[in-house]
Design a protein around this ligand. Structure first.
Ligand code: FAD
Length: 500
């Protein structure tokens, strides 16, 4: 799905100025655009997107079976009812986002193929200047804006993360990362080896299993999975009762969030009981003789990493049918045609898929500077995981790990619009989060507590991320259930905001 840059797209003009500039037209940026039109209709704004269309993650990922791993009642926006099955394909998500754009006439605000390379703040002019390139024509672009709303996602879109293994260069078949999937990859009747154990593996394996000769999952360590039917009984019943879809959306969202809060609570209060329940769910598909202990029993407590939902247990059905198998071991090295494991086992492969994760990208790989001084985000402290000390007029969207990302998009959009109105009322041009006198002795810690959440892509790049304090306002708590009360209640005249 490509959006045409002309004629619906306004022509780029040298040095255009907007009240608000949004970077990225993924689910966050499109949500930002919607909320700006609804809540701040008097503000001019533009969304700049490097790719040829909207969608971000859902446009870019082309691997077989690509789908959400959380339900669309909560991954969908609060303002547009989701009417399909809870787990959705990328295509269904793109259709949903396309409808949001069309129904709200948002396309006129979005410029595609506009890649931003730098953002510099002038304290004198109280303006951001963004520079980059039009990826279709190579022309340089330049925009100024009062407020910068970063919706650039959290990982580098151009390449995924693939560890270096000895002998990889000797391997004769293709080695592909799901993030840069070659659409013409022929895996029919091929021996496929998928390295990794997360949600992507759980998606790709059942989608490929029917066509390839055999597919083997090689994991270093197991992951938790929740198998379940891809339906929502409550939504289905409410539809039988002919309840309005707007109501169904709201009610089902509340129920999903209630259930998720329960799982989160239990992961802290009774991790062992929850763990056994999750393992039983897997055992129900794989049978009593399958070695669940080795292949599906993680070493960490549930929820320290995302738990992947497996619709209809399709991953496990592939294993029981014999088309897929799982090996828990470590790679020693690649040879021309195989992968040799540390145990000495040799896994034959025509194609290797490295479902080994992301390269975290802090703020879209854009070079930031403030009054000509390069800005190092790792030297800032985050305010509620959305703004940064010493960085004026800027907010980024970083969603939730344990709940749908989009919940935070809607919530932070309310915050941005409230803040912009507040600044207007005060007659000020800039707002900068600043540690208060009472924060002087606060311990400054890494972005995320590894005891709370510790996926590899965060652990590898933690040193590049902003810091957190030990008070809730100075961290991204990753707790939707407290934030939904805390963020709307933020006192904009609290000393943490420095206005000029
Ligand atoms: C396969 C997969 C499945 C997922 N499933 C779920 C799920 O079920 N539930 C969930 O909550 N989360 C899920 N996630 C996480 C998911 O990425 C986020 O939930 C969400 O899609 C992020 O949206 P976003 O708009 O913030 O970022 P993105 O989707 O990453 O979009 C960011 C956009 O910004 C643009 N951009 C970045 N830098 C620049 C720049 N310098 N100049 C111009 N444009 C730029 C990019 O081109 C991109 O279009 C999944 C992730 C993946 C990879």
């Amino acid at each position: 799905m490509t959006r045409d840059n002309s004629p619906t797209q306004p022509a780029a003009q040298e040095g255009e100025h907007f009240d608000v500039l949004v970077v990225g037209a993924g689910i966050s940026g499109v949500g930002a655009a919607y909320h700006l039109t609804q809540q701040c209709p008097e503000k001019s704004f533009v969304v700049l997107e490097a790719l040829e269309s909207f969608g971000g993650t859902w446009l870019m990922h082309k691997f077989p079976g690509i789908r959400s791993d959380s339900d669309l009642y909560t991954f969908g926006y609060r303002f547009k009812p989701w009417t399909g099955p809870p787990i959705a394909t990328a295509e269904e998500i793109m259709t949903y986002m396309g409808e949001v754009i069309d129904e709200n006439d948002l396309d006129r605000h979005i410029r595609y193929e506009h890649k931003i390379a730098s953002a510099s703040w002038s304290g004198e002019e109280k303006l951001w200047t963004l520079e980059g390139t039009r990826t279709d024509t190579g022309e340089p672009i330049r925009f100024t804006a009062n407020f910068l709303w970063m919706c650039q996602g959290y990982y580098r879109h151009s390449e995924g993360y693939t560890p270096e293994w000895e002998g990889m260069a000797d391997f004769e078949g293709p080695i592909v990362h799901p993030q840069t999937w070659p659409e013409d990859l022929d895996y029919k009747d091929k021996e496929v080896l998928v390295i990794g154990s997360g949600a992507t593996t759980a998606t790709i394996v059942p989608a490929m299993a029917a066509d390839c000769k055999h597919i083997t999952v090689l994991q270093r360590s197991p992951t938790y999975f929740i198998p379940g039917r891809n339906e929502n009984e409550l939504a289905d019943m409410l539809r039988v009762l002919e309840i309005d879809e707007t109501w169904i959306h709201e009610i089902v969202r509340k129920k999903v969030l209630y259930d998720q809060a329960e799982i989160t609570r239990r992961s802290f209060e009774e991790p062992e009981v929850l763990k056994q329940e999750l393992l039983e769910g897997v055992r129900a598909f794989l049978g009593p003789d399958f070695d669940i202990g080795t292949h599906f029993t993680p070493k960490y407590r549930p929820w320290r990493q995302r738990i992947a939902f497996v619709p209809d247990g399709d991953l496990f059905q592939g294993i029981t049918s014999g088309k897929a198998s799982i090996v828990t071991d470590e790679i020693d090295r690649f040879t021309k045609k195989d992968v040799l494991l540390k145990s000495g086992e040799l896994l034959e492969a025509d194609i290797v898929v490295t479902a080994t994760g992301f390269n975290l990208s802090v703020l879209g790989d854009i070079e930031f500077s403030i009054d000509d001084e390069p800005l190092d985000f790792s030297e800032t402290v985050t305010y509620h995981g959305m703004m940064f000390t010493g960085v004026p007029n800027m907010l980024w969207i970083f969603g939730y790990f344990r709940a749908s990302w989009t919940l935070r998009v809607d919530m932070l959009a309310d915050f941005v619009c409230r803040l912009l109105k507040h600044m207007e009322e005060k007659g000020v041009k800039s707002v900068t989060p600043t540690l208060r006198p009472e924060d002087a002795d606060m311990p400054i810690l890494s972005w995320m507590d590894p005891e709370n959440f510790n996926p590899g892509y965060l652990m590898r790049k933690m040193h590049l991320l902003p810091k957190r304090g030990d008070k809730p306002e100075w961290q991204h708590t990753q707790d939707y259930w407290t934030e939904r009360h805390r963020i709307p209640a933020i006192d904009l005249d609290d000393g943490a905001f420095h206005y000029e």
